[in-house]
Design a protein around this ligand. Structure first.
Ligand SMILES: [Zn+2]
Ligand SMILES: [Zn+2]
Length: 240
């Protein structure tokens, strides 16, 4: 191999390396631009993937565990606690399913998401509708509701303009209330839940209308009527 050829080869190699380095720098710049654009979405996707993996792993363990009853219940409790975290519920509604059913079992449904703003309502309409001292309700996104069976058994009573209380036409169980003014949300009767929703009621509303034969004995805040943020959506305030 002659010196000239070796020098030529080195120069050629050098040029090739420089060209590739330039190309790499361009690609890096391009990628940085794309990254900046996609970073927040990417982060959310990553988090979703990560939790999905955990959920699937949990389901796998649930199905395959041959461990002692004690170890099994510990693992299941850990998984359930994880899934009850509001942030996991918000992200993984598809995986987090709460079951609910009516007294006659003709109606069964699932809620794939968080039940928010849980409260006890002592208003006279809720007392009559439920035949008891108060109604326990929470907010459910309409899109989180999945019918298992019995949608045809539902009947609705319009107790206030635009507020339709849904119940099972066979057994009378209160199921959920629909609001004409806010169709994306349901007022869900907590009593029909078959699973623990994780969240807990925050306070009592319409405590001023409570049954005289019932004393509220817990330490939750009590409101005479209802804080505006938690009031059921109404079509027009002047309808009241
Ligand atoms: Zn029923
Ligand atoms: Zn009420």
């Amino acid at each position: 191999m002659s010196m000239a050829t070796a020098a030529e080869r080195t120069a050629k190699l050098q040029a090739s390396i420089e060209a590739q380095a330039k190309k790499l720098a361009e690609l890096k710049a391009k990628k940085a631009k794309m990254d900046a654009r996609g970073r927040s979405k990417e982060k959310a996707d990553e988090r979703r993937k990560e939790t999905r993996r955990l959920v699937l792993l949990g389901a796998f363990l649930k199905s395959r565990m041959d461990a002692s009853e004690d170890a099994k219940s510990k693992t299941l409790a850990g998984l359930d606690n994880f899934l009850k975290r509001p942030e996991e519920r918000a992200l993984f509604g598809d995986f987090v399913t709460l079951r609910a059913s009516c007294l006659c079992q003709g109606i069964a449904l699932e809620i794939g998401g968080e039940i928010r703003d849980m409260l006890f309502c002592h208003c006279s309409m809720c007392r009559k509708a439920h035949g008891t001292a108060f109604r326990a309700r929470g907010r459910v996104r309409t899109t989180d509701l999945r019918w298992v069976r019995g949608e045809d058994l539902m009947r609705f009573y319009e107790s206030s303009p635009g507020e339709r209380r849904g119940f099972c036409s066979v057994c009378g169980s209160n199921i959920f209330t629909k609001f004409d003014a806010k169709p994306q949300e349901l007022g869900f009767a907590l009593g029909i839940l078959d699973d623990d929703p994780g969240n807990r009621p925050l306070f009592h509303v319409f405590a001023g209308s409570k049954a005289p034969w019932y004393e509220i004995s817990d330490s939750l805040p009590q409101y005479e009527t209802v804080p505006p943020a938690y009031a059921p959506p109404v079509a027009k305030p002047e309808d009241d």
